[in-house]
Design a protein around this ligand. Structure first.
Ligand code: PMV
Length: 310
């Protein structure tokens, strides 16, 4: 076994189509390179088994004693997939992806752990296999995840995602700038997804009509991104956000940031991820990045990230 192995995975943001993706509509998501999860593996002492330290979370886990924890389950899934016995190793995981902020922090940490472990054992998993294992862990946290997080994070490519279908990546003809604003309010995707499910069960026709509209917006956004007709993207974000409001996954804090970005001149803005808190994204021209970032901070964003898509 190699003496030391390190693997990293990106965070992700959903550009269009969160929530409706759970109901079979397409969504577009891209990896975020500035926020990453990392797993570093060193060999442990004989007979100590597999140990995981998650410093950011102040967690010390062992496969023997805390097998039910998601990170241990990820390690177990990898060992089973590779038909290996438990090795004596220490895995340190850390992440600069905000937790519970809609940027896929949980999936990224699981993916980094799985990637590092399979590499350390000399049998690196393909993105497809890694993604399938991370999806198993996602189900524990989310209940009914669409699978978009694990897919984008493991493939590290822009993805046009439809639940249950083969992964389709898409091209970005002209790169564009996004500013991401974090409300600082943690929000569990499981809860917002659960609330939407209850509302959908109570009123399926109304909700499905909204999901269909969201799906149409996503298809138009994909065409615009592939064709490089960037002047359409902001408007499509606003249209998507209007539907996200209708299914009640926005929040006053998200609305404050969205309004601040639009007032400062962004062509479009919407929440990104589960909603209820977490992050929003604004479509901006390169020369607007600083001004809109500043407007978001003034409106209460606890963190502002600039990223270029493509
Ligand atoms: O909050 P995040 O980044 O995990 O994104 C959730 C996206 C949803 O569409 C709301 C749920 C899902 O499983 O796709």
């Amino acid at each position: 076994m190699m003496a030391e192995t390190t693997a990293t995975t990106p965070g992700k943001i959903i550009l269009f189509g969160e929530h409706s993706v759970v109901y079979g509509q397409p969504a577009l998501a891209v990896p975020i390179q500035h926020a990453r999860a990392e797993a570093q593996i060193t060999n442990g002492d004989p007979n100590t088994g597999l140990i995981i330290h998650a410093e950011d979370l102040n967690l010390n886990l062992t496969l023997k004693e805390t097998a039910e924890h998601g990170l241990c389950q990820m390690a177990r899934l990898v060992l089973d997939a590779l038909k290996r016995d438990e090795p004596d190793i220490v895995i340190r995981v850390r992440s600069s992806i905000p937790i519970a902020g809609g940027m896929g922090s949980g999936a990224a940490v699981s993916a980094a752990l799985g990637k590092a472990l399979s590499e350390h054992l000399g049998e690196p998993l393909s993105p497809d296999r890694l993604s399938a294992l991370v999806y198993e862990v996602e189900k524990i946290y989310h209940g009914t995840p669409s699978g978009i997080d694990n897919t984008v994070i493991c493939f590290e490519q822009p993805v046009y995602f439809i639940k249950g279908q083969a992964v389709e990546t898409f091209g970005v003809k002209k790169p564009f700038d996004l500013v991401i604003g974090d409300t600082g309010i943690p929000s569990l995707t499981k809860e917002t997804v659960g609330a939407v499910r209850e509302a959908w069960q109570a009123n399926p026709q109304r909700y499905e009509a909204v999901f269909n509209e969201m799906g149409e917006i996503v298809r138009r956004a994909r065409s615009a991104i592939e064709a490089g007709t960037l002047d359409e993207i902001g408007g499509l974000m606003n249209q998507n956000q209007e539907r996200l409001r209708r299914i009640k996954v926005s929040s006053p804090e998200l609305e404050m940031l969205i309004e601040a970005a639009l007032d400062a001149g962004a062509a479009g803005a919407k929440l990104s991820g589960g909603g209820g808190g977490g992050n929003m994204i604004a479509f901006v021209e390169p020369e607007q990045v600083d001004e809109i970032g500043e407007a978001l901070r003034k409106a209460g964003a606890v963190r502002v990230i600039h990223t270029v898509v493509g």
